[in-house]
Design a protein around this ligand. Sequence first.
Ligand SMILES: NC(=O)C1=CN([C@@H]2O[C@H](COP(=O)(O)OP(=O)(O)OC[C@H]3O[C@@H](n4cnc5c(N)ncnc54)[C@H](O)[C@@H]3O)[C@@H](O)[C@H]2O)C=CC1
Ligand SMILES: O=C([O-])CC(=O)C(=O)O
Length: 354
Amino acid sequence: MEQNAEASRRIATLSAHLYPPSFQGSSLLRRSNCRAKGGAPGFKVAILGAAGGIGQPLSLLMKMNPLVSVLHLYDVVNSPGVTADVSHMDTGAVVRGFLGAKQLENALTGMDLVIIPAGIPRKPGMTRDDLFKINAGIVQSLCEGIAKCCPGAIVNLISNPVNSTVPIAAEVFKKAGTYDPKRLLGVTTLDVVRANTFVAEVLGIDPREVDVPVVGGHSGVTILPLLSQVKPACSFTSEEIDYLTNRVQNGGTEVVEAKAGAGSATLSMAFAAAKFADACLRGLRGDAGIVECSFVASQVTELPFFATKVRLGRSGAEEIFPLGPLTEYERASLAKAKQELAGSIEKGVSFVCK
Ligand SMILES: NC(=O)C1=CN([C@@H]2O[C@H](COP(=O)(O)OP(=O)(O)OC[C@H]3O[C@@H](n4cnc5c(N)ncnc54)[C@H](O)[C@@H]3O)[C@@H](O)[C@H]2O)C=CC1
Ligand SMILES: O=C([O-])CC(=O)C(=O)O
């Protein structure tokens, strides 16, 4: 019996490779299903926008994550190539590729975690809000697919402007009757990653030892590093506070300008997204004490969405931590952040509710 099963598994694997790597037919699915049965236990993760500047290195990093058993790579272009490439890595996750809107539902069905880096990036001179026109519609249609095919999945939203795309996603889920605020997380990890790096440089220590809470949102003055709450405990001069706050707030623009028209942060963003996704998966597994900053539905301020530290658990963002004591400088920055955030959130909400 066992020998027969093993023989048919091998034949299925071989015959799947006789077909061109077309993503239209069922040959790919047959091959994947065959391998999935023997796959490692773990979570099912989809990346939407997997062939992009962020999507490709993120696909690589998620294929390396031992908590991932199945990895679905979806894009409107080039996903077959990225899938073939990543699928040759000898790690546990089974990789399947999906191309174009007709395959979105198959890409999403059964997923535990959906990561969304789909959408256009900035060029020099643009703000993140300039991306709204195109990215709002992309996020809306992808979230409609999530509501239909995997309404219980955790969603990690990367597409900019995050301050507006997270409210868009929330409205789509509300309309579909599937909204669970705990499961919708805007990814602001890159702000924390940058803050840790820049603070470590100033302090002359290893960035892996530094933890800077970054609150507010993910654009310009809405990005607020709380330098009074850095771990390990330390103090900064007012010049250092100005320098660090500005550098973290403009980290994205620094990369956009350095890339000179070739896009925005992709590699550091893939690193940050993989770090955040791993934290979400460890939370889903039931690990205790998983805390990350994220832009979520929140009652920490009067705004409906705000980034603060959240505790990640089996159902997503299970606890949202308050801001903690702020300095006068931070209180003034918070007021500016809230003013800009309010407009960006409203813009996202009215895009869906218009
Ligand atoms: N949250 C954050 O901290 C950060 C967010 N971003 C944002 O991430 C987004 C992606 O950036 P990059 O990867 O550099 O851009 P990219 O242009 O290199 O890749 C985007 C990918 O999305 C795909 N795409 C477009 N429409 C799609 C749809 N309807 N369904 C699925 N895929 C679709 C494209 O085909 C492309 O492969 C941008 O909006 C960017 O601003 C970038 C860096 C940091
Ligand atoms: O700056 C951009 O456009 C991309 C981004 O969000 C970042 O790098 O933080």
